[in-house]
Design a protein around this ligand. Structure first.
Ligand code: ZN
Ligand code: ZN
Length: 609
């Protein structure tokens, strides 16, 4: 803004002169959209010099509010200094300052004490504008107790129905991980705007409660006259991605095409989410369709497609996209792009390419490798049996390796049976020291190390240790979507209404597979026991229940999409390959790390995973 300098009036100014002087300053502060900090300090100094008749001059009061407002945007401490010079601040000034702290980078913790001061003021009350900022700061700081106190004050003062504050409450509880409280606030709201609906659906997505988020969305569509907007659909797509609910994702896509008018910027955002959704729901072809149909793509669009392809081990297509992005669209790859490229190399065991891309990233694009890049490279080397080279990379890393890296080396040495027992035990100890002794994964791996070395006594020891320490193995869980409904199965699950049919059908599958020469592979079911018991154990792995249910409910030509929370075991992998051949069906399985596409008795991972 133009530098307007207001000269200070002489010391013996009359009340009229004082008022005029303040009005001029006020004019400066109201006519400008931003005033620099030095200029604000100058104006503040001038007001102080003229003496403040603040209690009886409305203009002066307003002048101070503006000063606090402008300085709170730049230097909230200075804003509080001005605030402290006011004998009787009002709620409006409190709100400005609380908002300033809530939006500040590192002083958010000042918002709640200020709120408490406001409550202690004799003649002042918080108003509905006070709460959203207090709650915002509490949400950021995970201050559950303070936020709850604000909530209690909000109810006590009769603001219960206010939509805006309720949205803030939903956001606050969701940020603190209290989905139940967020839901309660939502359910008690008498008037729900679309923005409210969006708040609860988004909160549930952020909390990972995708199923619940989709239920709320269906409720929104059924019970109200609101039409979902771009934000609602974005959340629905994210929830579909999280849960693998392809048909809901397709529905949201169709809805956007037919009914939503979305501006170009939002269009790129939504398309990127659609690409991610289709990739993660096992529909790579549809992801590619969305990608190719985009009129404008940003680096995130390319990253979404590259990461998606990498998950399927489609390394050649990843390289092709990478080149196209740089040569044709003249976009610079970023750190995420290289995570995609390197993980594609890792999923396919392309050691030379992986090393080359890693070097390219550092030398050509000046991207400093982060733990994830190192993780991909180490995984790639280790899984190709180059454990020593992987350990070299670990020792050359500028950062401390995390438990994920150690686990991948341990896992690789188990798979390749190259690790000596001593070094495997050493690595297991490192993981336990990194993650604490409560990580079930490392015990499972360690028991596999002992099993592959035929040390069954030690396997039993590990198992007893797990029981003693109360470490529970993360239960395997697989889901399959049938006619728009996602069905979830745990290992050995008997809670599904179709349980009898599923187990009977598993017997049928077993008989058919036996004819094809299938024999269970126990190498990854290391716990001691009779062979029959182990076979039974493998037979009940959750993905088999999901596949059986999928087969029972699909017709010829359908693709069965299964999502599993853990890595698929070797035996279930062989099982799925044979099922795809015997039943002439395509099975797409997303496990913890990647996709497997089973067709005609083969898997797209080429048995390297
Ligand atoms: Zn299995
Ligand atoms: Zn596979």
């Amino acid at each position: 803004m133009a530098a307007v300098l207001v000269t200070a009036p002489a010391a013996d100014v009359s009340a009229v002169q004082l008022r005029d002087s303040h009005r001029r300053l006020l004019h400066v502060l109201t006519q400008s959209r931003g005033v620099s900090m030095p200029h604000l300090k100058q104006i503040h100094g001038q007001i102080l010099r003229t003496g403040s008749a603040i209690e009886d001059c409305t203009d002066t009061f307003y002048l101070y509010s503006r000063l606090i407002h402008f300085s709170s945007l730049q230097d909230v401490r200075y804003a509080e200094k001005i605030f402290s010079q006011i004998a009787n601040p009002n709620t409006f000034m409190y709100n400005i300052l609380i908002r300033g702290y809530a939006h500040s980078k590192d002083l958010k913790s000042r918002a709640f004490p200020l709120f408490r001061n406001l409550l202690e003021e004799e003649n002042l009350l918080p108003d509905k504008h006070t709460f959203p900022f207090v709650l915002k700061a509490c949400a950021y700081l995970f201050s559950l107790i303070e936020g709850k106190q604000a909530h209690a004050q909000f109810l006590k003062r009769g603001f219960g129905p206010d939509v805006y504050v309720n949205n803030s409450l939903i956001h606050f509880y969701a940020s603190c991980g209290c989905s139940e409280s967020a839901r309660k606030v939502f359910d008690k709201m008498p008037d729900r705007s679309l923005v409210s609906w969006n708040a609860i659906i988004d909160a549930l997505v952020q909390l990972g409660e995708f199923d619940e988020a989709l239920k709320r969305f269906v409720e929104l569509m059924e019970s109200s006259s609101f039409h979902p907007d771009g934000y609602t659909l974005q959340s629905v797509i994210d929830a579909s991605t999280g849960i693998g609910a392809l048909s809901m994702g397709i529905w949201a896509h169709a809805f956007i095409l037919k009914r939503c008018i979305i501006d170009t910027n939002f269009d790129v955002l939504v398309s990127n989410s659609l690409i991610e959704m289709y990739c993660k729901c096992g529909a790579l072809r549809m992801a590619a369709q969305v990608f190719e149909g985009m009129s404008r793509r940003d680096v995130n669009s390319w990253n979404a497609m590259i990461l998606g392809l990498a998950g399927y081990g489609e390394a050649e297509r990843v390289f092709e996209h990478f080149n196209r992005m740089i040569d044709v669209e003249k976009l610079l790859p970023n750190s995420v792009t290289f995570v995609g490229v390197l993980s594609a190399c890792s999923h396919r065991g392309l050691v030379n390419d992986g090393r080359q891309y890693f070097n390219l990233m550092v030398t050509e694009y000046n991207i400093e490798p982060v733990l994830q890049h190192y993780g991909c490279l180490i995984d790639l080397l280790a899984r190709n049996g180059r454990i020593d080279e992987a350990l070299d990379v670990v020792s050359g890393m500028p950062m401390k390796p995390d438990a994920v890296i150690w686990r991948c080396i341990l896992d690789a040495s188990c798979r390749n049976s190259v690790g000596t027992l001593d070094s495997s035990e050493e690595i297991a100890r490192k993981i336990i020291s990194e993650e604490g002794a409560n990580n079930s994964g490392v015990y499972v791996l360690l028991s596999r190390v002992y099993a592959s070395a035929d040390k069954w006594d030690d396997v039993g020891l590990v198992r007893r240790l797990m029981t003693e320490k109360g470490v529970a193995k993360e239960p395997g869980c697989s889901s399959v979507e049938i006619n728009g409904v996602v069905h979830e199965f745990f290992a050995g699950d008997t809670t599904h209404p179709w349980t009898n049919e599923i187990y009977r059908f598993l017997d049928v599958i077993d008989e058919k597979l036996k004819v094809e020469g299938y024999a269970p592979d126990f190498s990854q079911a290391p716990f001691v026991g009779e062979a029959d018991g182990k076979a039974q154990c493998l037979r009940l792995h959750s993905e088999r229940l999901a596949i059986a249910y999928g087969l029972l409910n699909s017709k010829h030509g359908d693709t069965i999409r299964v999502f599993k929370n853990l890595r698929v075991c070797k035996d279930c992998h062989s099982f799925s390959k044979l099922v795809s051949k015997v039943f002439d069906v395509e099975i797409i399985m997303r496990d913890r790390l990647r996709f497997h596409r089973f067709k005609n008795g083969q898997c797209s991972c080429m048995d390297f995973w």
